[in-house]
Design a protein around this ligand. Structure first.
Ligand code: GLP
Length: 238
């Protein structure tokens, strides 16, 4: 999975060194980031002209908070490669005016000539970014309230006795669908099987926000056996 996903990014950066990447966080893409760092270290790819936009950031966590997505990106990618900080973009979770920050972030993406490859994970409830069930399919970057199940799932990262944040700034479904030229979604583990099944097989609906990817012309999905298990079961039944 990691090799397939990394190969897609490596190919893009080799053919277009100025590429704009949409980046995702969470545990799923960690192996892929590791392979990208290795590819950089052996001189296969260069990040010096690359621009990045992250999907989301928690409200209330500053860039130095270890569980912020700023820290995640520094730890797993940015500090290992030569990338210009001014070309890396992540919503500011401690902006005084979060709504203004959302508009600023959306305008930056809109001014970027499009995201060449948007990486995505998927939540067990079908969320992408932090677009939870019920999210506006045309929504732009906005403040989202996380569901209890998402906060529980992400609580594993907040080990210091603090609660997982309740709000986040996230690209909207509309942002992802209109600005991404290509999308690469990764999912691993049986706990993602239902979300993957619903994303691909159910009618498009914001009950499963990821199902809106069915409306995008260029989506690649890389999943492991566990995440594919419901698809495989129904294929065998037929
Ligand atoms: C978080 C992130 C998503 C991510 C999802 C799955 O809530 N906002 O972008 O895709 O969780 O995370 P994991 O890969 O850890 O299962």
């Amino acid at each position: 999975m990691n090799a397939l996903a990394a190969a897609s990014v490596i190919r893009l950066l080799q053919t277009n060194p100025n590429a704009v990447l949409g980046l995702a966080t969470g545990s799923t893409p960690l192996g892929m980031y590791r392979l990208l760092v290795e590819a950089y270290q052996v001189g296969k790819i260069d990040f010096s002209l690359v621009t990045t936009f992250n999907l989301d950031e928690y409200i209330g966590l500053n860039a130095d908070h270890p569980q912020s997505y700023h820290a995640y990106m520094r730890t797993h990618l940015f500090r290992h490669v030569h990338i210009h900080p001014e070309r890396t973009h992540i919503p500011n979770g401690t902006a005084d005016d979060p709504d203004f920050e959302c508009r600023r972030y959306e305008a930056l993406i809109a001014g970027s000539n499009g995201i060449d490859l948007q990486l995505l994970g998927i939540g067990a409830n079908g969320h992408i970014g932090f677009n939870e069930p019920g999210a506006d399919p045309c929504g732009r970057t906005h403040v989202a309230e996380l569901t209890e199940s998402t906060r529980k799932a992400n609580a594993r990262f907040f080990t210091g006795g603090e609660d997982a944040p309740r709000y986040a700034i996230t690209m909207g479904l509309g942002t992802i669908l209109t600005h991404s030229k290509r999308i690469l979604l990764l999912a691993a583990g049986a706990h993602k099987a239902e979300a993957v099944y619903r994303m691909l097989k159910e009618k498009v609906s914001n009950d499963c926000p990821a199902s809106y990817l069915q409306t995008h012309p260029m989506v690649e999905i890389v999943i492991d056996q566990g995440a594919a298990s419901m698809l495989l079961e129904t294929a065998h039944e037929k």
